[in-house]
Design a protein around this ligand. Structure first.
Ligand code: ZN
Length: 298
């Protein structure tokens, strides 16, 4: 569900500021999407974990320039190959990729999650003569070669970024070799394919027990303080819509705006999903009841 942010008074820009941004609509939209992501309240345990992941990755990348981060992403994409490119460092090191049918997608937001072992940990348990071990050795060799032009501290810097994105609270790196092994194993598209074929090894490795910050509380506090260009959120903006409200909005979206409750939609993935569901039903209903010649008149 895409929300027209300007309609709900989300950014609170003056028309002069808005005009200045007009000449670069793409950047404007990207920035809007990013701002929206940063204020979304987690609707499930997995979304809490994801919000935390984004926050600590943002802190971990603060010391790097955007061109340094682009070189890193380029290095990782060359390593992964043209068919497995990713758009961001957050997507390359994504522990959620390995969570098919994880209960956290349907659990309420929280601060503790069990995640599958990282591929770099799985490697310690794999038999030396297994297909996994062969692939792992080859991937480390390839990464080693690709990273030749990167200084030791640059490789270690990237390893720390990977660690943040993976929410890995345990690993410490003892030099370049260590960091390269970690990066190669956790960014490998070939090992991801192997996991997709047969995840026995990953399931056998001890799961990670992760405790993290209460992101629901953190985001709510930020919205109340409104340090950004956002308007301050009030109590009513945090309340989920009632079932009959959702239905009414699905039939006529203007009701949402007139009721002064639109801000909640911007921050609540749960209500976004509910409205999306009802809008879909209404659309199908309208298509089913439309007269066959109705479109001819339009
Ligand atoms: Zn809601």
């Amino acid at each position: 569900m895409r929300v027209r942010l300007t309609e709900i008074g989300f950014r609170g820009k003056t028309s002069v500021e808005a005009d200045k941004e007009m000449h670069n609509p793409t950047t404007d939209i990207e920035q809007m999407i990013q701002e929206l992501n940063e204020i979304q309240l987690p609707g499930s345990l997995m979304e809490s974990f994801d919000a935390y992941r984004e926050d600590i990755l943002r802190s971990a990348t603060r010391e790097f320039t955007s061109s340094q981060l682009n070189w890193y992403l380029d290095l990782l994409n060359r390593f992964r190959g043209p068919d497995d490119r990713k758009d961001s460092l957050l997507d390359v090191f994504d522990p959620e990729m390995y969570t098919v049918n994880h209960p956290a997608w349907d659990s309420p937001p929280g601060t503790r999650i069990q995640m599958p072992a990282l591929t770099s940990e799985v490697a310690r348990l794999a038999d030396r003569n297994s297909e996994f071990a062969d692939l792992a050795r080859e991937e480390i060799r390839v990464f080693y070669k690709l990273a030749e032009s990167f200084a030791d501290e640059e490789v270690l810097g990237l390893a720390r970024i990977a660690q943040a994105a993976l929410v890995d609270q345990k690993t410490t790196f003892h030099g370049r070799r260590d960091a390269i092994r970690y990066l190669a194993l956790n960014a490998s598209a070939l090992l991801e394919d192997l996991w997709a074929e047969d995840d026995t090894l990953w399931l056998r490795a001890p799961a990670r027990q992760i405790e993290f910050e209460d992101m629901l509380a953190k985001r709510q506090t930020n919205l109340r303080l409104s340090e950004t260009s956002l308007p301050v959120f009030e109590d009513k903006d945090f309340t989920c819509y009632a079932e009959d409200e959702i239905r009414a909005f699905a039939f006529d979206i203007r009701k949402l705006l007139l009721a002064g409750r639109a801000r909640h939609l911007a921050i609540c993935p749960r209500c976004q999903r509910r409205l999306e569901y009802w809008t879909g039903l209404v659309e199908r209903f309208e298509q089913a009841t439309a007269l066959p010649d109705a479109t001819a008149d339009a």
